[in-house]
Design a protein around this ligand. Structure first.
Ligand SMILES: *Cc1c(COP(=O)(O)O)cnc(C)c1O
Length: 416
């Protein structure tokens, strides 16, 4: 294709369109609607609720001893923090580079987020983590595998074990990912997941908590609102574990329901295949953006099996106006880029210094990385050809905007 042709190409797909629910899930959902027993503890004699089956299946998929399905990913994190003993006023370490529900989960229980710097590879800075742990005295790290970038989990766990910091993993972007073959969510004490529409399985809203710790699991079940019906779970500890806890743990309702569980179960069986498809799309984008002057790709370590449900690249040291100009030019050709450097939050791209309730102190390394960080959603409705086209458009505009030296002066409104 000649230069003029490349300069006029447009992408017409949607960055927010996920795949339909599998027919099997639709059929199972209709069955739940027809019998009307949507509440997880509303079962006919001898019936096992869809929710209990879903938990059993996700526990098997991840190799976890216990699994609890809940109302959202945000609820899963807050519930996990409570279950491991975080109380009001406690400091909880977390990534400065993450999305709003993560510090929100910490704040929801009255605890205090302590943010840790991000590296240029978009993972948590372990040197800064150690410093923040010592300075704050925090006993828990809510580790966000933000945008699916998994840090060196061996080094992280060794560091946290040494500091006696318990790790709760936010796997909203790593369901199906692995580090050295171990599923994401299985390194820390607890793993939390989201089944919200933009994640890797879709029930609109939803969350999972997994753990091998019987007491943490029992507390989570009680917290989620089990009405003392915990014996109906299939991926929960034995009733004896609940004995000493049942009157002590408050009910903070956030259960999963059978309708959403029915939609999710067939999607779990597709997860591995989805991860493979996402990987192929990601690598197509990566190949198309290799060796573009001014643009840096994010290195992916060999040990990481990642889920390419989103794509990031950096434009280090670009002036703000030039980044705005690039985003506007790409938007004009149908390519929706998000920028983590905007001074005000736009759609999901809020930043640690926007979370004022947490009184964040400045983090210069994170500021530098986020100032040049571009993000793009990659729904599975994209084809490999779509990804090749998107990469050609970005490459073309990155080169053009640098050549012209163009800078947009005012904030460009970005579509959600
Ligand atoms: C989506 C998301 C969550 C969970 O969010 P819910 O919308 O509450 O399911 C947690 N962490 C990150 C990084 C997320 O993007």
């Amino acid at each position: 294709m000649d230069g003029a042709g490349e300069g006029s190409e447009r992408f017409t797909g949607s960055f927010t369109q996920q795949e339909p629910i599998p027919e099997e899930g639709i059929a199972a959902a209709l069955e739940v609607l027809r019998h009307g027993r949507l509440h997880r503890y509303n079962t006919a004699p001898g019936e096992v609720a869809e929710t209990a089956l879903l938990e059993e299946e996700f526990a098997a998929l991840t190799g976890a001893r216990y699994c609890l399905a809940v109302a959202s990913g945000g609820y899963a994190m807050a519930c996990a923090l409570r279950a491991v003993g975080v109380t009001a006023g406690d400091a909880v370490l977390s990534n400065a580079f993450t999305l709003a529900p993560v510090p929100g989960a910490i704040a929801s229980i009255g605890a205090r987020p302590v943010f840790v710097e991000v590296t240029e590879d978009l993972t948590i800075d372990l040197t800064h983590l150690e410093r923040q742990a010592k300075a704050s005295g925090a006993k828990v790290l809510l580790l966000s595998h933000m945008r699916g970038h998994v840090c060196d989990m061996d080094r992280l766990m060794a560091l946290c074990d040494g500091l006696r910091v318990m790790v709760v993993e936010d796997c909203a972007h790593t369901m199906g990912a692995r580090w050295k073959g171990v599923p994401s969510g299985r390194h820390g004490r607890v793993g939390c997941y989201s089944m919200q529409t933009y994640k890797h399985v879709n029930s609109g809203e939803g969350g999972f908590i997994i753990t091998d710790d019987a007491e943490v699991a029992a507390r989570a079940v009680l917290l989620s609102g089990s009405y003392m019906l915990y014996a109906r779970h299939r991926a929960a500890p034995a009733p004896e574990v609940f004995e000493g806890l049942r009157l002590e743990v408050p009910n903070i309702s956030g259960r999963m329901d059978n309708l959403r569980a029915a939609i999710l179960r067939p999607q779990l069986t597709q997860l591995e295949e989805r991860v493979a498809r996402w990987g192929a799309l990601y690598r197509r984008l990566e190949a198309g953006l290799e060796a573009v002057p001014g643009l840096r790709l994010i290195p992916r370590p060999e040990e990481e099996l990642y889920v390419g449900s989103s794509f990031q690249f950096r434009l280090p040291d670009w002036p703000e106006g030039r980044i705005r100009a690039l985003i506007a030019r790409c938007a004009g050709r149908g390519v929706e880029l998000k920028w983590f450097g905007a001074p005000e939050p736009v759609a999901f791209t809020s930043r640690y210094d926007h979370w004022r309730y947490a009184s964040p102190t400045p983090l210069p390394a994170t500021d530098r990385v986020l100032a040049g960080l571009i993000d793009m959603r990659v729904p599975l409705t994209f084809t490999a050809e779509d990804c090749a086209l998107i990469a050609r458009i970005i490459k073309n505009e990155v080169l053009a905007v640098q050549q012209s030296g163009e800078e947009a002066a005012v904030a460009v409104p970005l579509a959600d």
